[in-house]
Design a protein around this ligand. Sequence first.
Ligand SMILES: C[S@@+](CC[C@H](N)C(=O)[O-])C[C@H]1O[C@@H](n2cnc3c(N)ncnc32)[C@H](O)[C@@H]1O
Length: 191
Amino acid sequence: MLKFDTAYYKRFYSDNGAHDTEKIAHLATAVHHLAAWWGINITTVLDVGAGMGMWRDWYHKSFPDVAVQSIDVSEHACNTWNHEQRDIAIWRPRRKFDLVVCHSVLQYLDDASATQAFANLAAATRHVMYLELPTKWDFENVIDESGTDLQVHHRSAPWYRTQLSPHFRQVGAGLWVPLNGTPMYELEACR
Ligand SMILES: C[S@@+](CC[C@H](N)C(=O)[O-])C[C@H]1O[C@@H](n2cnc3c(N)ncnc32)[C@H](O)[C@@H]1O
């Protein structure tokens, strides 16, 4: 897994990062407390493609009683930031987690692997999944090319929705809940 080596993490995180610990703290705070608003008590978290481990570290600092399992396919990331080495296209956890985080990962997987990964993410999610990935439209309209890895799969939002819709309902802002999961008001989540 040569792509995800020291140079990769230096290029996209240390030098000119898409996000950093401060931004992750804002995001993780919002996700954790929005879940609380829905009555979801997050006690277990799975961080998929954890990279430098920013979500895991935020939980350890902010909510040390929450059990976080972090996985990454990169041997370098696992050795450096202490994750289990797993490929989410292949690995399906035997138990569910209250919150699953998959932040900026699935754009690296080819179509078949991403499809398998969505099924594995669905199997892992008890209450909430936070998902972020750039679509083709994002690359054309939103993304700052200087701080983003462009050597990824550029797929459409409809393609991703086709993968997600058998498993999840979209809440918004990157949050997805399992079908038949926590009840939402009609205007709180998409049908
Ligand atoms: C852009 S980094 C994101 C790191 C972290 N999630 C974050 O947002 O700070 C992408 C990460 O996904 C990992 N990754 C890529 N393919 C993966 C796979 N099939 N299974 C698990 N991790 C994967 C890479 O090793 C890398 O650490």
